[in-house]
Design a protein around this ligand. Structure first.
Ligand code: GRF
Length: 213
């Protein structure tokens, strides 16, 4: 499987993917920001990098066309959004439908959009987490592939909670890509995901834990 990773900044999820020993050829890492820290990290792994700067384009359609041209040059089977902070046009999303995935720092469908950790704290939820999903035209609502949950602790602040969630992002994104590379995952009907994987232990997740636990 050939994959292209799209980033906008730090690139820690990208790095987790590059480190995971996946049966994937990472053909390129593409950023919409020339100053994205992740570009140097990718180069350190010997992965080709490219920049398609959104600021050089008059509108979303023109940017997305340039981005698609750069992606298609690498002929990927999979497009991986890893902290890629641009809203994509419907035409772009449809071009890669069923072969483009994203990671979102919340348990979707709760908290789509930005500032998820702050909003989770404000809402008082006891469980927060992250989601890997297929990308569909509406932002942050595509079929869910895998999620990880973390407890929200009484003294949590935004940074602490974000760090705990990020550690789980770095576990579930490589798992999702491994399933895809092994041909065990596809986008099914009606927002469902078809995963041909052994049933893993699915214990109850209760936060705070029950007294009897
Ligand atoms: C992650 O929290 C990811 O879920 C979100 O943006 C952040 C990117 O972080 N989409 P990094 O660039 O992967 O370090």
């Amino acid at each position: 499987m050939r994959a292209v990773i799209l980033i906008s900044g730090r690139g820690s999820n990208m790095e987790a993917l590059l480190r995971a020993g996946l049966p994937v050829e990472f053909a390129a890492v593409i950023s919409n920001r020339p100053e994205a820290e992740g570009l140097a990290v990718a180069q350190g792994f010997g992965v080709a990098t490219a920049v398609v700067d959104h600021r050089g384009h008059v509108d979303r359609a023109s940017f997305d066309a340039a981005l698609a041209a750069e992606i298609d040059r690498h002929e990927p089977d999979l497009v991986i959004l890893a902290g890629f902070m641009r809203v994509l046009t419907e035409g772009f999303v449809r071009r890669y439908l069923g072969r483009m995935i994203n990671i979102h720092p919340a348990l979707l469908p709760s908290f789509p959009g930005l500032h998820t950790h702050r909003r989770a704290l404000e809402a008082g939820v006891k469980v927060h987490g992250c989601t890997v999903h297929y990308v569909t035209p509406e932002v942050d609502v595509g079929p869910i592939i895998i999620q990880a949950a973390v407890p929200v602790l009484p003294d949590d602040d935004e940074a602490g909670l974000a760090g705990r969630v990020l550690a789980q992002e770095h576990r579930i994104y490589p798992q999702a890509v491994r399933w895809l590379a092994e041909g065990r995952l596809s986008m099914g009907e009606a927002g469902r995901v078809d995963l041909r994987a052994p049933r893993e232990a699915m214990g109850p997740l209760v936060v705070p834990a029950l007294d009897s636990a």
